[in-house]
Design a protein around this ligand. Structure first.
Ligand SMILES: Cc1cc2nc3c(=O)[nH]c(=O)nc-3n(C[C@H](O)[C@H](O)[C@H](O)COP(=O)(O)OP(=O)(O)OC[C@H]3O[C@@H](n4cnc5c(N)ncnc54)[C@H](O)[C@@H]3O)c2cc1C
Length: 275
């Protein structure tokens, strides 16, 4: 049986922007946290002001305050191929995953997903036939008294699994940096895109910072290998670090051309944004 990927935001820090405002403000203010809180509560500091302040801080490398805001997600219908990668993240994230020891698939009917590339190759039914045979043998083993924890040795990477996770915002940004990158596996990209959509729903001011690392709100350039950047479908939108350094070195050596009359002709003839 195939199952779809679903990601649901279950819970989060009650007022994420206010939490981040408090965390950052305490760092930069002569006021005590109690005095900052008083100003927030009597609305001397408006929601708009808190949001603007936090958005500016989000552009900086001061990351530790972001650990003070957490998001809880329910994630279902993901493959064990995905979950092996997901649980490699060690910092700022806690996982609970459906057990294949305590859960026995009745009748050998385990949930799974079939990648689109397999469908496109016309091999989905072959794959599903193999899964059906594995499921039959799994069931026979269980009936013969083999515990689920051993019968599961038959199950493929495609077997679906479920998570309940808690992740802080610093860690979520890091995960998005890596896993929204087109170098990441499609399933991981999909899960993180769905997490991003969930965060956008409740706190878009923070959600929009969940970008691949090359995004304009993150590093702004690509640090993958050059060939991968050239092959990336969004590579042309973001510079590669090698090109940035080439430009910088040329500038340092005085090799960059000065603006000339042709450039001024462009300046005069084009519509320039904000001009
Ligand atoms: C495109 C891609 C391909 C990959 N391919 C492979 C592969 O072929 N084989 C493989 O085994 N894995 C692979 N991985 C997984 C990768 O090696 C990491 O396990 C994964 O990215 C999670 O680790 P992290 O350090 O990024 O994040 P986290 O574990 O969440 O860590 C968060 C941050 O804390 C830092 N940190 C964590 N622990 C320590 C520590 N002990 N000391 C110092 N700093 C620490 C990290 O550097 C990171 O900045 C791949 C990942 C990606 C994105």
């Amino acid at each position: 049986m195939t199952v779809p990927i679903q990601v649901t935001l279950i819970e989060h820090t009650p007022e994420p922007i206010r939490s981040l405002y408090m965390a950052y403000r305490v760092c930069y203010s002569a006021l005590t946290p109690q005095q900052v809180l008083e100003r927030v509560e009597d609305e001397r500091i408006s929601e708009e002001k808190m949001t603007a302040f936090v958005e500016e801080r989000l552009k900086t490398g001061h990351v530790s305050p972001l650990e003070q805001v957490h998001f809880e997600f329910g994630i279902s219908g993901v493959s064990r191929a995905f979950s092996h990668q997901f649980v490699r993240h060690r910092i700022g994230i806690s996982f609970e995953q459906q057990s294949q020891r305590y859960v026995t698939y009745r009748g050998g009917d385990f949930p799974y997903s079939v990648p689109k590339t397999v469908e496109a190759a016309g091999m989905a039914s072959d794959m599903e036939e193999l899964f059906r045979q594995s499921g039959d043998l799994y069931e026979r083993m269980v009936q013969a008294g083999v515990p689920a924890e051993d019968a599961r040795f038959l199950l493929p990477n495609a077997t679906s699994t479920n998570f309940k996770i808690t992740v802080n915002f610093a860690s979520l940004l890091h995960i998005a940096d890596l896993r929204l990158c087109t170098r990441a596996q499609w399933e991981f990209r999909r899960v993180v895109a769905l997490m991003r959509a969930e965060v956008m729903r409740v706190v878009p001011e923070m959600g929009r910072f969940l970008q691949p690392k090359c995004g304009e709100l993150r590093m702004g350039y690509c640090d993958e290998d050059y060939e991968a950047w050239k092959a990336c479908p969004i590579g042309r939108k973001r510079p590669h670090k090698q090109e940035l350094f080439q430009l910088y070195n040329a500038y340092r050596k005085g090799e960059l051309d000065d603006l000339d009359q042709d450039d001024f002709a462009i300046i005069e003839s084009q519509m320039i944004e904000g001009g």
